[in-house]
Design a binder for this molecule. Structure first.
Ligand code: 0X9
Ligand code: ZN
Length: 377
């Protein structure tokens, strides 16, 4: 996006650099405004959540509270940190408390980028499925889920301020420098793995990496919790948009050691989504670096390279760019449903349960051996 005042300057710079260009959206703010709900619809029930509208952080907190009360011990709440603006960054753990023994650990992160509203819609939907749907509860005997509905509560809440500019906010709301002219750190450039590659040192940039790795309360608090829970088997962070399943690395175009397995499990997701959506949601699979360009400091690379999580993904949710971050509310329901089915398939594959995708390999331990992070680095 280019501001009106800079339009001619940017055109000239492009021309001088010999770059062709094409305007896709003449007036981005007008487009955002046209997509914003004029007033919040009244809810038909007291239940704070549905998947037909987008919900702010207050609704999401109320939803977690209600799920907690009604979950019969399946859900437990943790607070990873208190954000700069004083919001608790909530993490929920869901498992079947009546079964003990080894369980596969799955960590799901949502809402690290404020404007990607479909991401918290997916994470809250997953929580709801896990806690209330009997067909999901069987998988909880063999798996333990950690879900972060909104990893960037301040940024997310800011994007609900109601004006078009805040709607497209990406970073958190850190006050940078003394006057804080440009706010925010890109939390997905702040994790401590090859910090700084393909990220900006300029606080005004959308991809500002922060003053140091883990400078932000959100990333610092989350990494603490992730370290505490022990070996995570599957990590997914939901972003939008693009319909891609990305695996490490983001900091280099070199493929990771277990690329075959990463692609194989990604296929479980994409095949399922394709099937559920009757072919209308098509995903691409690839490495972050090769597909999206070099960018370090993202959660996926840190989980893979530092924690040694063998299956680590960024899933860029729909759409393919037509609406972009402004995915219409009437697309929420189908998107969360197909995404949840895809995640279920990955989970049942790694836990070797359920009918979605049984592991054909008789002794699959080779596939999930956890090499030391040093080996991958
Ligand atoms: O650039 C990002 O942070 C992600 N894309 S987004 O458009 N949602 O901002 C992709 C991150 C991919 N992973 C790594 N680069 N490690
Ligand atoms: Zn994102």
């Amino acid at each position: 996006m280019v501001e009106e005042e800079a339009k001619e300057r940017v055109k000239r710079a492009l021309l001088e650099a010999g770059l062709d260009h094409r305007v896709e959206v003449e007036d981005a703010l007008a487009l955002v405004e046209s997509k914003m709900p004029l007033r919040r619809r009244k809810r038909a029930t007291n239940f704070p959540m549905d998947w037909n509208t987008y919900h702010d952080y207050n609704d999401i907190e109320a939803f977690i509270g209600m799920m907690n009360l009604t979950s019969g011990g399946y859900l437990r709440e943790e607070v990873a940190t208190i954000t700069g603006e004083g919001r608790p960054l909530r993490v929920v753990r869901v498992t079947d408390p009546t079964t003990t023994g080894p369980k596969k650990k799955i960590w799901i992160e949502g809402g690290i980028h404020a404007r990607e509203w479909i991401s918290p819609a997916v994470t809250t939907f997953l929580i709801h499925r896990l806690v209330t749907d009997p067909s999901w509860q069987s998988i909880l005997r063999d798996t333990e889920w950690y879900l972060v509905p909104v990893a960037n509560p301040d940024g997310y809440q800011f994007s609900f301020a109601g004006d078009a500019r805040s709607r497209l906010w990406r970073k958190n709301r850190r006050v940078n420098g003394v006057n804080g002219r440009c706010k925010g750190v890109d939390l997905n450039r702040n994790w401590d793995l090859k910090w700084g590659v393909g990220a900006s040192g300029n606080p005004c940039s959308e991809t500002y990496k922060g003053p140091t790795a883990f400078s932000e309360k959100e990333t610092h608090g989350l990494q603490n919790l992730m370290r505490q829970i022990g070996d995570i088997d599957l990590f997914i962070t939901f972003h939008s948009f693009g319909q891609t399943v990305l695996y490490p690395w983001g900091w280099t175009v070199k493929p990771p050691a277990n690329v075959k397995m990463l692609r194989r499990v990604a296929r479980k997701y994409t095949d399922t989504v394709n099937q559920i959506s009757n072919g209308s949601t098509d995903y691409q699979i690839g490495g972050s670096g090769p597909l999206y360009g070099l960018a370090s400091g993202a959660t996926d690379d840190w989980a893979y390279g530092e924690l040694g999580v063998p299956l680590s993904y960024t899933i860029e949710l729909p759409d393919d760019g037509h609406y972009g971050f402004l995915l219409p509310e009437n697309r929420i329901s189908s998107t969360v449903t197909e995404t949840a089915a895809g995640v279920y398939c990955m989970a049942s594959f790694i836990a070797n349960t359920g009918s979605c995708a049984s592991r054909r390999t008789r002794n699959p331990s080779w596939a999930f051996r956890r090499p030391s992070p040093r080996f991958w680095g």
